[in-house]
Design a protein around this ligand. Structure first.
Ligand code: HEM
Length: 339
């Protein structure tokens, strides 16, 4: 029950924010100090990690290739699977980032009686991963209505599109349902799929449970606990946070502070976790390099110049006697007087 720990931590955070924020004076900590701290840790941690990765030398051409490399004119190159030029790399990256192309190729191995092993295409992870990431992105973009004044037209369009089915009052957002469904699948597969369960760590469960907590508290605020949520005060606070003049006009219910505290925890946790794949995907040499090692010579920058190249012929000249003694075949026989 590795996931129990993640639930305990998130429940602990909910209790701390729920009870703490209702103590007089503590709203300033949960509403102002904590968000600023979280942004600082997130931005600082993110930049340090990305700069560190960007500075790492990449002496070899190590991209993952899944198709024919550029070769002779009459052999057709697979430009997306084995990019050879910058535009080809960019095209592959764009498809990877927006459509999770490598996940699309996901396969699952099954062992049957016989014994017989089969490899089948497995698209579920790809579908639910896309559903999760796009729902999350849309929700965050829609939240910009709290941070921007006047609200830009594109935010209103997103809001309209997401609530297109006009169900209920307030209007139910499609992304609120899809993020919960996708999180349910991503969590469930880590429990029910024994292969995935075996390699799952607390660090895999925690972000899922935390984001589930953020989504549930947001949904509670919007659809069930509206009386606890004074949107005017929240918008003033959010605008104040981005313009460095934050203020809390009236007392806000615990549910808002719980939502905000979980979001801050996510921001603080982000740079130290696997969630950094968001920045890392751009810096992954297996994705962002060209497969041009037939045309370009890659030289390892930390090669020791003192070490001179040693050809096989030179090696054999040096060790021929020992090789012959040991019965190892040689290309050039020993001179007759030494044989
Ligand atoms: C990682 C970032 C965040 C996520 C994933 C998230 C998620 C959600 C979700 C799923 C909802 C339900 C309604 C909807 O979909 O809009 C919601 C509502 C809400 N969130 Fe967030 N949230 C985030 C950040 C924030 C922040 C930073 C604030 C405060 C400044 C905030 C304040 C609110 C409020 C006030 C509502 C209720 C909106 C309404 O009544 O229409 N959220 N959130």
């Amino acid at each position: 029950m590795k996931y129990a720990f993640s639930f305990l931590v998130v429940i602990g955070l909910i209790l701390i924010a729920g009870v703490g924020s209702q103590i007089p004076g503590m709203q300033y900590f949960f509403g102002i100090a904590l968000p600023y701290l979280a942004i600082l840790v997130f931005a600082g941690g993110f930049i340090i990690k990305v700069v560190d990765w960007a500075k790492s030398p990449v002496p070899f051409s190590i991209q993952t290739t899944c198709g024919q490399a550029a070769s002779l004119d009459f052999i057709k190159q697979n430009k997306l699977e084995c990019p050879n030029t910058t535009p080809e790399v960019v095209a592959r990256m764009i498809l990877e980032i927006f459509t999770f192309r490598s996940l699309f190729r996901n396969t699952k191995a099954e062992i049957y009686d016989g014994p017989k092993i089969t490899y089948e295409s497995s698209k579920w992870l790809w579908i639910f991963a896309l559903m999760f990431h796009y729902s999350f992105l849309l929700i965050v973009l829609r939240h910009m209505r709290l941070f921007l004044n006047p609200v830009p037209a594109w935010v209103n369009w997103l809001d309209f599109g997401d609530g297109i089915f006009q169900i209920g009052a307030p209007n139910v957002y499609v992304t609120d349902a899809t993020i919960l469904i996708a999180l349910g699948y991503l969590f469930g597969r880590r429990i029910w799929n024994r292969h995935v369960r075996y390699i799952t760590l607390n660090n895999d469960f925690f972000p899922l449970v935390l984001i589930f907590g953020i989504a549930c508290t947001g949904i509670l605020m919007r659809y069930l606990l509206r009386t606890d949520v004074d949107i005017i005060t929240i918008k003033r606070l959010a605008l104040g946070l981005v313009t460095f003049s934050p203020m809390i006009m009236t007392k806000l219910g615990a549910i808002f502070y719980i939502h905000l505290c979980l979001v801050c925890t996510l921001l603080i946790y982000f740079p130290f976790s696997k969630l950094m794949h968001m920045g890392g995907v751009f810096l992954s040499p297996t994705r962002n390099m060209k497969n041009n090692s037939r045309a370009v010579r890659y030289i390892n920058p930390w090669n020791n110049p003192e070490i001179k190249p040693h050809s096989y012929a030179g090696y054999e000249d040096e060790f021929r006697e020992f090789m012959v003694d040991a019965g190892i075949p040689v290309e050039k026989e020993l001179p007759a007087d030494k044989g």
